[in-house]
Design a protein. Structure first.
Length: 136
């Protein structure tokens, strides 16, 4: 089961929710600071689809993005909890089709982040992210 490539969007959780977000899915392991559950307006929170704590720490301690992306894809393929979370995301997307699925993340970096790697893993063809200001 695949996700329609044009049906995936990326957005920082700190950006305001919009009607065209469709199905809003948080793909971070940790809850974002300063965001209430009401403001988040989530349809799902898939913690296990996020990079492992070890990989996240490695990346934040100076690991390169290209190597991070390779390691993260390996986790998505090989970690049973991640495999299950990917299956849940694909099922959610199929259930909600043709509604867009917006993958929400907390990282400040809009281009080089795990949500973009995940979207590409799912087969999305993403344009460069817009540089829209956010609250955090």
């Amino acid at each position: 089961m695949s996700v329609e490539p044009g049906n995936i969007a990326l957005k920082r959780i700190y950006d305001d929710p919009a009607d065209d977000d469709g199905c809003r899915v948080l793909v971070d392991r940790l809850w974002p600071r300063g965001v209430s559950t009401e403001r988040a307006r989530l349809d799902a929170w898939l913690k296990e689809i996020a990079p492992s704590t070890e990989l996240r720490r490695w990346f934040h301690n100076g690991g390169g993005f290209d190597e991070f992306a390779l390691r993260y894809r390996a986790e998505l393929d090989g970690n049973p909890a991640s495999v299950q979370a990917v299956a849940e995301l694909r099922a959610l997307a199929a259930e909600r089709a043709p509604v867009r699925v917006t993958l929400l993340y907390g990282a400040r970096e809009r281009r080089d982040n795990h949500a973009r790697v995940l979207a590409e893993y799912l087969g999305a063809d993403l344009a460069e992210p817009a540089e829209t200001p956010s609250q955090v």
